[in-house]
Design a protein around this ligand. Structure first.
Ligand SMILES: Cc1ncc(COP(=O)(O)O)c(C=O)c1O
Length: 362
């Protein structure tokens, strides 16, 4: 079976993790945490990086840092992984779902303003499947309405908007290092920011709100959202290879594009002129036959695929906010499918996959 995703652990992972074990520093103190935070935030181009236990906890922490909670509203795209909305729900605020832009599949910036109310405190653009959201428009709107921008960059390590890396553009960037991501720690996350106050608050809240000056003094309720030294050791080894892993994904996307571009029943992923797409998952839209039938044909040929996310406004826990029709997100969710995208993927495998696809959708 050719997998949709699998990690490439081809660098110093084993060496660094072994060092954690032989030194006894396996918990959430140890040199790799700071090193990983420094190296990753350097790569993104922010002053600070604060490692967390997951991408979901990074998002929740970000909302807590800005004091977002009950009575507040947070604008998010409906077409995302459910963690984007769940983090808002954990904070006590209400997620407000916005439809997608049909070419990039990201939040449609032209629909944001009409969803802004007096209660709107934040917007969480998601850089879906590796393509950046239209950050210029989003940041302008946020400035105009005094709204915080929390980038959900879980799927877009190294993606760029107008030559600047995502995760450095909003007030904070939130990252996931789950096993299928562009770089991984197994499980893990990070907040990146240029704001010193945000960094201080993140450190406080990820460790039970414990005061920096006085041990076991907790001026506010915090969380245990810490990353372990062992996770950070893997993360550091992965950052050392990040440029290479991104280059492989972009090269593979190019091969897919060339082999599928003549097929009239496929919409290829886009790279807007202002964007660098990192193709976390190389994804297409299929016509002619139902997406699930298409997936079944590929599976019969030992090719794994992944359907698009089901829009969050349609998920049972979010029905309480009322029925909404978000026609672009719903259509993308029906036709969208992610193809094998792992950095371990070889050219002959892509040729084989595209051969099966072009036959199925001829
Ligand atoms: C868009 C998006 N946001 C948030 C998350 C949550 O990250 P984690 O699984 O590390 O909690 C993920 C991925 O898993 C994601 O794809």
């Amino acid at each position: 079976m050719i997998p949709v995703a699998e990690p490439k652990l081809g660098g110093n992972e084993l060496k660094y993790v072994s060092e954690c074990i032989s030194s006894g520093w396996i918990s959430s103190l140890g040199k790799y945490i700071q090193k990983f935070e420094e190296e990753f935030s350097n790569f993104i181009g922010t002053k600070y990086g604060i490692a967390t236990s997951s991408g979901t906890t990074a998002l929740h922490l970000a909302l807590e840092i800005f004091g977002i909670g009950k009575e507040d509203e947070v604008i998010i795209p409906s077409l995302s992984f459910i963690a984007t909305a769940n983090s808002v729900e954990y904070s006590g605020a209400k997620p407000v779902f916005v439809d997608s832009e049909p070419r990039t599949w990201n939040i449609d910036p032209s629909l944001i303003e009409k969803n802004i109310t007096k209660r709107t405190k934040a917007i969480i653009p998601v850089h879906l499947y590796g393509h950046p959201a239209d950050m210029g428009t989003i940041i302008d709107l946020a400035k105009e309405h005094d709204i915080v921008v929390i980038e959900d960059a879980a799927e877009a390590h190294g993606a760029e908007y107008k030559k600047k890396k995502v995760g450095s553009l909003g007030d904070v960037g939130c990252w996931s290092f789950y096993g299928n991501k562009i770089i991984t720690c197994g499980e893990g996350g990070m907040i990146t920011t240029n704001n010193e106050e945000v960094m201080e608050k993140a450190i406080l809240l990820r460790d039970h709100g414990m005061s920096k000056e006085k041990r076991y003094w907790h001026p506010q309720i915090g969380y245990n959202y810490r990353m372990t030294n062992m996770q950070a050791a893997i993360g550091l080894a992965q950052v050392e290879k990040i440029e290479e892993y991104i280059a492989i994904r972009r090269k593979n996307a190019n091969i897919y594009n060339k082999l599928l571009e003549d097929n009239k029943n496929i919409t290829l992923p886009i790279e807007m002129e202002w964007a660098k797409n990192v193709y976390w998952l190389y994804s297409i839209l299929v016509d002619k036959i139902p997406r699930d039938e298409f997936a079944r044909i590929l599976l019969e040929n030992e090719i794994d695929t992944r359907p698009f996310f089901i829009p969050i406004h349609l998920q049972p826990p979010y029905e309480k906010y009322g029925k909404k029709r978000l026609s672009v997100a719903e259509d993308l969710a029906k036709r969208g499918i992610s193809l094998p995208s792992a950095p371990t993927l070889k050219r002959d495998q892509i040729e084989y996959i595209c051969g099966i696809i072009n036959e199925a959708l001829s």
